[in-house]
Write a protein that binds this ligand. Structure first.
Ligand code: NAD
Length: 335
């Protein structure tokens, strides 16, 4: 298979590309290598892919309309894993345009590229944040999720709606992947585990939002990457529910799906911090703070749809995943 992986120098993109390359797929990795966080980390992730048989890299912005159209026409991908996006809930409060450019304009270019060039399946990153202020736990794909509470979440919800129209109008098989707080080796420096580990190792204070009462369904990177690849290998066209002859009239007959990919074992932020303290061997200096705008109090993935479709459920216990992250962090930064 020839697969376009956008955001290949990113946290999830690198891990997904590694699995695809290891099983012999051809991967074209695309990234604009922006400086939202450490360009060095992105460079080092990319270095783990470069030179592997079947891998090539394109430095491009997904919002570059002509560049993207040409790339799709020249390369003729079988499948697309679209992970490039402006991520981060808090950053979206002050930097709205970055989200519109990458997540809306960029996503339109991906949809158009797939539509005109015979792509068999588009799997793209959505987010647990689309559930917004939903308090019905666990979060199920069947819950109404119409009220995102950050622009980041709104762009992800918009992606799902845009994908539905392309599935419906053009028969493009699309699958939205609602990732739940992803952590692990090569993780993002703007996310809690990275920030807390760094500060605790350096003896500096950590900011604990919502006084540590936040609940998150932290999901290990290997489980996320495995889930992405399993989903990529199936398309909604194989689902009897989307065969117009057998379709449930209450559901769309478009080859369209969304899945939660989460650990389905949420924990309180304070327990997460305790596990970091154990792994690091030092107590964290905690600076308790109120809830941040745009953050939701709790997340919890229902993964029954994912399990029914792919026979896969994330399984990594959080303390073990944190141990693996801290081991990677110490090795990478030599601390
Ligand atoms: P990341 O920031 O590490 O990776 C995204 C990559 O995309 C980066 O390397 C960045 O340089 C690239 N990129 C950004 N804008 C681009 C553009 N306009 N053109 C080309 N490249 C661009 O983030 P990640 O954690 O690997 O997340 C991957 C996807 O999963 C994103 O869509 C994100 O919104 C989504 N997601 C992540 C999490 C999480 O907890 N990490 C949770 C939910 C959803």
């Amino acid at each position: 298979m020839k697969v376009l992986v956008t955001g290949a120098a990113g946290f999830i993109g690198m891990h997904v590309s590694q699995i695809l390359l290891a099983r012999g797929d051809q991967v074209v990795g695309l990234d604009n290598l922006n400086d939202y966080y450490s360009p060095q980390l992105k460079h080092d992730r990319l270095a783990r892919l470069t030179g592997k048989p079947g891998f090539s890299f394109v430095k491009m912005d997904v919002a570059d309309r002509e560049g993207m159209a040409k790339l799709f026409a020249d390369e003729r991908f079988d499948r697309v894993v679209h992970l490039a996006a402006q991520a981060g809930v808090r950053y979206s409060i002050e930097n709205p345009h970055a989200y519109i450019d990458s997540n809306i304009v960029g996503f339109t270019n991906i949809l158009e590229g797939c539509r005109h060039n015979g792509v068999q399946h588009l799997a793209y990153a959505s987010s647990s944040s689309v559930y917004g202020g939903n308090t019905q736990m666990p979060f199920s794909e069947h819950h109404s999720v119409d009220h995102p509470i950050s622009l980041y979440a709104a762009t992800k919800k918009a992606n799902e709606l845009m994908a539905h129209t392309y599935s419906h109008l053009f028969g493009l098989p699309t699958t939205g992947l609602r990732f739940f707080t992803v952590y692990g080796p090569w993780g993002r420096p703007d996310m809690a585990l990275f920030l807390f580990t760094k500060a605790t190792l350096e003896g500096k204070p950590i900011n604990v939002f919502n006084h540590g009462k936040m609940v998150r369904d932290f999901t290990y990177i290997d489980d996320i990457a495995e889930g992405v690849v399993r989903v990529l290998d199936r398309t909604a066209t194989a689902d009897p529910a989307y065969d117009p002859a057998q379709a449930d009239p209450a559901r769309s007959s478009a080859p369209y799906r969304v899945f939660n990919i989460g650990n389905h074992a949420p924990i309180q932020l304070m327990s997460f911090i305790e596990a970091i303290e154990q792994a690091v061997g030092r107590e964290a200096v905690k600076n308790f703070m109120p809830m941040q705008d745009g953050d939701v109090p709790a997340t919890h993935a229902d993964v029954e749809e994912l399990a029914a479709w792919t026979d896969f459920r994330p399984a990594m216990p959080v303390p073990e995943g944190i141990q693996r992250f801290v081991a990677w962090y110490r090795d990478y930064y030599k601390v």
